[in-house]
Write a new protein. Sequence first.
Length: 89
Amino acid sequence: MGSTELAANLFRATQAEEKLRRDEVKGKDAANRTHREVGAKVRQTIQELGGTMPEELPVTESIKKIETKQRKRLSKTETPAIRNSKRKQ
């Protein structure tokens, strides 16, 4: 999940939580309905502002894949002396 989608999701969650408290929503069904309503409003706002809908955002690369690529890149740039010292540890 990229920062744009993460921010929208966090905004939806915090606004739904506030609405649940403010409206004193009771019960699972009512809480689920409230979450869906807030989510629909957030999506409507994104659309009205001309933003990219979450499902249309590019998929971000996982942190694990990025770390692996960085390790490989760094190991290629290390000098033989550094590589040898790491093996001894």
